[in-house]
Design a protein around this ligand. Structure first.
Ligand code: ZN
Length: 326
């Protein structure tokens, strides 16, 4: 455990440094974006289809939905990919360099891509889709001092603040299609809010005292806030530190104490460590089920319900209700 703590504190210092760097780079980026004295007099308007490069599945879905056929998207991360640990390949670097525009989550979700995004962002319009969330609405990271929890897509009202910047940036690149982007943005918003209502209704069926959600890592704190759940993750805000034996037994004790019927693996995190929790809880005499997979840091396959933002919200609600006996 000693070495784990050392690793963590080292990461905090490193991450803070990058935070400052990122702030400076973004300030430079915005300054450059407002001058109007860039190489292109057309404020970056593109001919033909907009080439967008996106990071996570949540962002890819938002950009594809709003962009329609005006936008061709290259997604760096597919279903089942953990953004905290994701490192850019040479092909990814090219996809970022060749893009007309880049969309990413930020808040250190894409921890290993920060430097690359900062660097390429100096030449290419780069949009952090979480940038419009009021600071007071962000939950502080429990693991990294001075940072926010990046899993904001689980509070639809916060996530939907990203629609504006996406519509705005695409409209700048293709002014002719601005109305279409605006309309599709509204549709995306409406579908998401409909799914949000569905989740509200579904979780109502779980007795209040049973609304305790235990998952692979701390991705569901915004979900907990939005839908009235207590949440526990085996791993922290990021998946970069493996859970130790102490974490497993502490969580198992909690499960026994609260008589929790089910815990939930996540599609982008190895189920191995949760299996250890299950075994530890059963050793303590708890009859514990491992529920179906939740979509946390990655959504489902493209072309499926769970591959869309609204569908992912509904699928998770169904899984949680099935597991917790709603
Ligand atoms: Zn996460």
């Amino acid at each position: 455990m000693g070495s784990l703590n050392f690793e963590k504190s080292k990461t905090v210092g490193f991450a803070r440094g990058i935070g400052l760097l990122l702030g400076a780079a973004l300030a430079a980026l915005f300054a450059a974006g407002c001058g109007g004295s860039g190489e292109s007099g057309e404020a970056g308007a593109v001919e033909g289809t907009i080439q967008a490069t996106t990071t996570t599945t949540h962002i890819t879905d938002m950009v594809e939905t709003i962009g329609g056929e005006e936008v061709e998207t290259t997604a760096l991360m597919g279903p089942g990919v953990d953004p905290h640990l994701y490192e850019a390949s040479q092909g990814d670097i090219s996809a970022l360099q060749e893009a007309d525009v880049i969309f990413y989550n930020g808040l250190f979700l894409e921890g290993q891509l920060n430097d690359t995004l900062i660097q390429i962002g100096q030449q290419t319009p780069t949009v952090q889709v979480t940038s419009e969330i009021p600071e007071d609405d962000l939950l502080p990271s429990e693991d990294y001092e001075g940072q926010a929890d990046p899993h904001v897509w689980f509070a639809p009202e916060l996530w939907l603040t990203g629609v504006g910047p996406v519509v705005e940036q695409l409209s700048e690149l293709k002014p002719d299609a601005a109305e279409d982007f605006e309309r599709r943005g509204e549709e995306y918003r409406a579908e998401a809010m409909e799914a949000h209502e569905y989740v509200c209704d579904e979780v109502e069926t779980i007795p209040e005292e049973d609304r305790i959600l235990v998952t692979s890592h701390d991705a569901f704190r915004y979900f907990g806030g939005a839908y009235g759940f207590e949440v526990r993750g085996l791993q922290g805000i990021s998946t970069d530190a493996e859970a130790g034996a102490g974490d497993v037994s502490e969580l198992a004790d909690f499960l026994v104490e609260e008589e929790i019927p089910a815990i939930f693996p996540e599609s982008s995190v190895s189920p191995r460590s949760l299996e250890a929790v299950e075994a530890a809880a059963e050793d303590r005499g708890l009859d514990l089920a491992v529920g179906d997979e939740l979509f946390a840091d990655a959504m489902g396959e493209p072309g499926t319900e769970e591959g869309t933002y609204a569908g992912m919200l509904r699928a998770n609600a169904d899984t949680i209700v099935a597991g917790l006996g709603g």
